[in-house]
Design a protein around this ligand. Structure first.
Ligand code: HEM
Length: 479
């Protein structure tokens, strides 16, 4: 207990550790979910531990995590946690580089481009890209599903969100730039000062400059012609166009540099999150043939064997939807959301002092037996059946539509002022990719992959699957 603590103030229980400064970092790093569950059992829903010199206070379960999700940015602050990681990648003038109010405006502008009309245009684009991609596969073989999903997600997102010009360049130099930039999303980049002359930082910074130039050239060209040249697509269906032409409330437009930064930000915000989700959903379906057969039967009933799906068709694919929801329950890509404590916080009789982090974990909230019952560890998409509300076809799903107990028992997309704006795009993308995949291929794998906890987003280890092209989609020999 601190000596200068005022009378009556009680801090959250502290997890013991052996090595000063390092604190619990080793145990946490080795198996974060087990560590957090053990702490929850021992200390209850609020506890603090030391990690590399910082106090991390976890708020576990729906009731405790309400502290984070209902908070104001001035009290529990996001940009002071995320800026070191994101600013070198997205650039200046966007997202966590600016004050929360302006970023709020940039999110509002983004939402203006993430509409049902746009999604109706995106679905056929995603199907076309996926079909073309899958032509590379033979009639049967073994493939890295995680790599495949990462490639499909970047290609389809680039095509839909950034337009044809960027998609066309993706087959050339841009793919390498994305890769190098993406290499900047590491724990080292978050924890170490950006001025350190690390090779990975230099690669990231060079890629950022080059990618910005590619994007600002395209923006400049578009501004000159003031219309998209792509045939067959109506004018301005992508986010780059939205950012270029939607003003802030004061009437000003974003600069070209900000437009390029927002394009990078949206693309990368969805890259690992969506590709990891698409992969894990695939592994659950490969591993349990019954799930795959059900999802495929639903696709054939709703869309048919060869027809291009529509956005309206996707809404009918409720089993596939529930499979993705359940995947996001058991394997949410964002394991922890963090904020710095700017003003003392009161929670459950404890005071959380200024200076440390408050952390909430979807992964832990999604697994708690108190909220999810005794089958909490089972993969059961049907638990979400009937959870759809009449808001289901709106862009923001009803946060209370969860079979878990408590408003924040299911938070794969966060909640409150920092809630994800990409949920509907992610579902549209993942469902279209899997609609195409399930029709064309039978996939199999004996066991679920283990989880790699060393990556920022928990990815599958050894991500191989076997595939067999279905009769109706067989390629002619030599094709
Ligand atoms: C915020 C998850 C896809 C853009 C968030 C947050 C989570 C999340 C948990 C809250 C972070 C926090 O509170 O600290 C996911 C998952 C996705 C996904 C699981 C896919 C399965 C996307 C996509 C986009 C996107 C596709 C863009 C099109 C954003 C943005 C924020 C956000 C702009 C706001 C950050 C803020 O206000 O601080 N996402 N995301 N996400 N996400 Fe997503």
């Amino acid at each position: 207990r601190r000596s200068n603590v005022p009378e009556g103030v009680k801090f959250p229980p502290r997890v013991g550790h052996y090595i000063p400064f390092v604190g619990s970092a080793i145990e946490f790093g080795a198996s974060p979910i087990t560590f957090l569950h053990e702490c929850y059992k021992t200390y209850g829903p609020v506890f603090t531990f030391k990690m590399m010199g910082m106090d991390c206070t976890y708020v576990i379960g729906s009731e405790a995590s309400a502290l984070m999700f209902n908070s104001k940015n001035d009290d529990l602050n996001a940009e002071s946690v995320y800026a070191s990681l994101t600013v070198p990648v997205f650039g200046k003038g966007v997202a966590y580089d600016i004050d929360a109010k302006e970023f709020g405006e940039q999110k509002r502008i983004s939402k203006a481009g993430l509409t049902i009309n746009r999604f109706q245009e995106y679905v056929p684009m995603i199907e076309e890209e996926t079909t073309k991609y899958l032509q590379r596969w033979g009639n049967e073989g073994k493939t890295d599903l995680f790599k495949c999903m990462a490639e499909l997600v970047i290609m389809t997102a680039s095509r839909c969100l950034l337009g044809r010009e960027v998609r066309a360049l993706l087959d050339e130099s841009v793919a390498d730039l994305y890769h190098d930039l993406d290499g900047g999303f590491t724990p080292a980049a978050w924890l170490l000062p950006g001025w350190l002359p690390l090779p990975s930082f230099r690669t990231r910074d060079r890629a950022h400059i080059k990618l910005k130039k590619v994007f600002t050239d395209i923006i400049g060209e578009r501004r000159r012609t003031q219309k998209e040249k792509a045939e067959g697509e109506s004018e301005g269906t992508d986010m780059m166009w939205t950012f270029m032409n939607t003003p802030y409330r004061n009437g000003q437009l974003m600069t070209d540099d900000q437009v390029a930064g927002m394009c990078i930000a949206l693309l990368l915000a969805g890259q690992h999150t969506s590709s990891t989700t698409a992969s894990w959903a695939g592994f659950y379906m490969c591993h349990d043939k019954r799930l795959q057969d059900r999802a495929r039967a639903e696709v054939l009933d709703t869309v048919g064997e060869h027809t291009t799906p529509t956005f309206e068709d996707l809404k009918e694919l409720t089993f596939l939807d529930n499979t993705i929801r359940e995947t996001l329950r058991l394997r949410p890509p964002i394991m922890t959301m963090m904020r710095t404590v700017q003003t003392p916080q009161q929670l459950m009789g404890y005071t959380i002092p200024i200076g440390g982090y408050v952390c909430a974990s979807p992964t832990v909230n999604h697994l708690l037996e108190d909220a999810w019952g005794p089958d909490n560890m089972d993969f059961n998409p049907d638990r979400f059946e009937g959870m759809r509300t009449d808001k289901a076809d709106e862009l923001t799903r009803d946060a209370s539509a969860t079979p878990g107990k408590g408003k924040f028992s299911y938070v794969p997309f966060g909640a409150g002022r920092h809630r994800c704006i990409g949920e509907m795009f992610a579902y549209t993308q993942i469902k279209t990719i899997w609609t195409t995949m399930l029709r064309e291929f039978e996939l199999s794998r004996d066991s679920l992959p283990d989880i790699d906890y060393t990556t920022m987003i928990h990815t599958p280890k050894d991500p191989w699957v076997y595939y067999k092209r279905r009769e109706a989609h067989k390629q002619a020999p030599g094709a």
